[in-house]
Design a protein around this ligand. Structure first.
Ligand SMILES: NC(=O)c1ccc[n+]([C@@H]2O[C@H](COP(=O)([O-])OP(=O)(O)OC[C@H]3O[C@@H](n4cnc5c(N)ncnc54)[C@H](O)[C@@H]3O)[C@@H](O)[C@H]2O)c1
Ligand SMILES: O=C(O)C[C@H](O)C(=O)O
Length: 335
């Protein structure tokens, strides 16, 4: 099994490529799940049943949870004859030589909370993981899921110095498309377009990219307003959390597809958040990006001025909030 090292931040002209190579022989890919609560379990199940991993490591701090979840998965795999090797553990030492590491470890928000309210508690978890995971997982691709996901990806990358992406606005993008599909009564496969910026308050629908049956949104809106779509995208997760206790099925399937696009080198354009340096800090901002064995390039450079202006405003606001939170955190942990 040939393992190639990974180079990152290869800036070619205005395009940024993040080169990474994972095991490429017959999808012999080892994937670790850090935090197997609601969303972690659903992502792990989805990844395994998409046949994306030869080996899966499940880690959590709740005693016995990973081990019992391992049994659940083995029982489910048996009926389908799947042979993914699954290990559930409470020891972080067992998380070794993974190609892809997804991090769901963190508190979820409660109804009425903003994802940003989770910053300090979840950042402390990421800092701890940032110190422990890299030594045993050289060259791994880190995919942050825990919220506030873009800021947590930036914290993890800041403290681990490892290439990290955030699931970013891949979720908002599918929420936007599904809502337009439902309201205009068209198949969701006929709706294109992306949401960018922050996974949260500073999310921005890139309206120049939104088309229905190939026509610009404005031409076919039929009474559906941009404000209505934007309100839906921002409010629906909180509504789901209020009634169902958490979002799982939508985000887990979408996040599994990020893993799929990497492992199968599909090259899907997805609105993940990749790292950029802004005013001296690494921050993660979502823009439509080619996702495959290489991460990049992004479409940011070809967006029209109207979208770029709104995106840049979102970046400025996001950075301000992130910097305030980071400075407070560094005070709290005295680093
Ligand atoms: N990016 C997205 O689209 C998206 C979607 C859903 C949930 N989330 C976020 O993912 C996180 C988890 O959500 P959930 O609904 O699964 O919550 P949950 O409480 O069900 O699961 C969180 C799990 O993390 C574990 N954990 C806590 N600290 C840990 C540590 N130091 N090491 C390992 N495991 C640890 C907990 O024991 C728990 O099992 C939250 O921050 C939530 O906001 C993000
Ligand atoms: O909204 C949340 O807190 C969970 C997640 O970020 C989501 O968008 O589903």
């Amino acid at each position: 099994m040939e393992y190639k090292s990974r180079t990152i931040m290869n800036i070619e002209k205005s395009l940024i490529y993040f080169r990474m190579h994972i095991y490429t022989c017959d999808n012999m890919v080892k994937i670790a799940f850090i935090g197997v609560g609601k969303i972690g379990q659903t992502i792990a199940y989805s990844v395994i049943f998409d046949g994306l991993a030869s080996e899966v490591i499940l880690y959590d701090i709740i005693p016995e949870l990973p081990e019992k979840f391992e049994h659940e998965l083995r029982h489910a795999m048996a009926t389908r004859g799947l042979s993914t090797e699954v290990i559930g553990t409470n020891s972080l030492d067992d998380v070794a030589n993974a190609d892809i590491i997804l991090i769901m470890a963190g508190k979820p928000r409660k109804p009425g909370m903003s994802r940003r309210d989770l910053f300090v508690d979840n950042a402390k978890i990421q800092i701890d993981l940032a110190k422990q995971l890299p030594p045993k997982n050289p060259g791994a691709l880190y995919i942050m899921v825990a919220n506030p996901v873009d800021m947590m990806a930036s914290i993890f990358m800041r403290f681990s110095k490892q290439f990290t992406i955030s699931t970013g606005d891949t979720v908002e993008t599918m929420r936007m498309r599904s809502y337009i599909s439902k309201k205009l009564k068209v198949p969701v496969t006929k709706v294109t377009g992306y949401v960018a910026g922050e996974h949260g308050e500073d999310a921005v629908v890139l309206w120049s990219t939104v088309k229905v049956n190939g026509k610009p949104f404005e031409e076919i809106a039929k009474g559906l307003t941009k404000e209505e779509v934007e309100n839906y995208v921002k409010s629906i997760p909180g509504e789901i959390i209020r009634v169902m206790g958490g979002t799982t099925w939508g985000p887990a399937t979408i996040i599994k597809d990020i893993v799929r696009s990497v492992v199968l080198n599909e090259g899907r354009v997805m609105s993940i958040a990749t790292p950029r340096t802004y005013q001296g800090e690494i921050i993660h901002i979502s823009v439509p990006t080619v996702v495959g064995a290489e991460i990049g390039p992004s479409l940011e450079g070809v967006l029209p001025e109207s979208d770029r202006e709104r995106l840049n405003k979102s970046v400025e606001d996001f950075y301000k909030v992130y910097k305030e939170n980071l400075d407070h955190l560094l005070q709290v942990i005295k680093q």
